[in-house]
Design a protein around this ligand. Structure first.
Ligand code: ADP
Length: 168
């Protein structure tokens, strides 16, 4: 399946699961995490997360989506950028893979990702995009899942014209 890249707000997507760029405590944070908690219902999502954390960097857990149009939220913990020599790339790739494997194992057909670690966690944006595209792309060689990568602030990224993408 091809990977779709779109610009938009991930909380509005009606898919089987959206991925949250979570922290290890699965606590409500800022950025996309704050937006997902607010749209899902803060109390419901906080309670669901409380029983599941902490979650290690590179790993992912799933909760219901509550008030979101998406049925589930997969909380994936990306690495904090510390200069690039602390296994950041491997850990970021692992955060994508853990989410994809969790979704596939649960029988989900559609999944949407934000660009994990590319905001508050400081991963350089174009490098974060490259890791996302290659990690998801490799997985999709062997999978029928419909995966969307959601770019929020498109102007911060140099999107290659050769990439398959649709802007909404
Ligand atoms: P992290 O802490 O993993 O860096 P952030 O939430 O700070 O997570 O940022 C991850 C990416 O999500 C950033 O590129 C940011 O622009 C983007 N983002 C923020 N809000 C949304 C949203 N509502 N939908 C999709 N992406 C978003």
């Amino acid at each position: 399946m091809p990977l779709n890249i779109i610009q938009g707000d991930i909380t509005t997507l009606k898919v089987d699961a959206i991925v949250n760029a979570a922290n290890e405590d699965l606590a409500m944070g800022g950025g996309v995490c704050g937006a997902i908690f607010a749209a899902a219902g803060k109390e419901e999502l906080k309670t669901a997360c409380a029983g599941l954390g902490p979650c290690k960097v590179g790993h992912a857990v799933m909760t219901p989506g509550f008030k979101l149009p998406a049925k589930h939220v997969i909380h994936a913990v990306g690495p904090i950028w510390r200069g690039g020599k602390h296994q950041e790339e491997e850990l970021l790739r692992q955060a994508y893979l853990s989410s994809l494997q969790l979704a596939e194992g649960a029988g989900l057909a559609s999944l949407a990702f934000p660009l994990i670690s590319s905001g508050i966690y400081g991963y350089p944006k174009d490098e974060a995009l490259l890791v996302a595209v290659t990690a998801i792309g490799d997985f999709l060689k062997e999978s029928e899942m419909q995966v969307t990568l959601v770019i929020y602030d498109r102007k911060s990224f140099s999107l290659e014209p050769t990439m398959v993408y649709t802007l909404q």
